[in-house]
Unconditional design. Structure first.
Length: 238
């Protein structure tokens, strides 16, 4: 079951083309779960080599969490070497059932203040002038206005946006959470609270959360929420 969900997450994050190929910049992505592995290859890779890489992955043994699978080194050599290896854990925020269905209950952090969400038109008016410096003006206007990145949930405190959870990727097959918290507000559980509010805006589809291995803050969000670990996503990038 976990590898099947990782396969869905691959499609959500990378928006694979009709052949199941990556648009880039990654050359290969391998999802490793306890019950198997899934992979996708860049559209730049010739078909015979792509088929060989996928076959190698399908016949290989999954590695323990946090350790690259042995097959990754073989794939790297076949792709010509010199590729950067990176990875991180992947989690299931909510499976494709109603929020209170099986495995659907998130740990809900206690949070005294209200959370602004994109389904309330008043929220956009409130947060539009509060753009964090990490967002470009055009990107912020797009997000707040209901374009790319929506739906979203935000926590506002002391006249600024303290934390955001938005749709880093959204397809018919599912959504990937993207979180950000202002440095002054980190460690308070705000990102976890915003993620719960974001999940409520997307009923009926699987929701995912992934991060880099070194991003301890992001991994703590997953722990706070009690998210189900699916496995690890490993990337080879030119």
């Amino acid at each position: 079951m976990s590898v099947a969900l990782l396969r869905v997450e691959l499609g959500v994050i990378w928006r694979l083309d009709g052949r199941g190929r990556l648009p880039g910049p990654e050359d290969l992505v391998v999802g490793v779960a306890a019950d198997g592995m899934a992979a996708a290859v860049s559209g730049r890779v010739p078909d015979p080599l792509a088929a060989r890489l996928l076959d190698l992955v399908s016949r290989s043994t999954p590695s323990p969490p946090g350790r690259p699978p042995d097959v990754l080194a073989r794939c790297r050599a076949l792709l010509g070497g010199g590729l950067t290896v990176s990875g991180g854990p992947a989690y299931l925020v909510r499976p494709p059932f109603p929020p209170d269905g099986p495995e659907g209950r998130l740990v809900r952090p206690a949070f005294p203040s209200g959370i602004l969400t994109s389904d309330d038109p008043r929220s956009a008016d409130l947060v539009l002038p509060l753009r964090p410096d990490t967002w470009e003006p055009e990107e912020w206007a797009e997000l707040v206005g209901g374009g790319a990145g929506s739906p979203w949930a935000m926590i506002v405190e002391d006249g600024q946006v303290a934390s955001i959870c938005h749709s880093a990727r959204l397809t018919a097959g599912g959504a990937e959470a993207g979180t950000w918290t202002a440095p002054a507000f980190r460690g308070r559980g705000y990102a976890a609270a915003a993620t719960v509010a974001w999940a409520a805006l997307l009923p009926g589809i699987p929701l995912f959360y992934s991060t880099d291995a070194a991003n301890r803050s992001s991994r703590r969000v997953a722990e706070r929420l009690g998210l189900r670990a699916l496995g690890w996503l490993w990337k080879l990038t030119s």
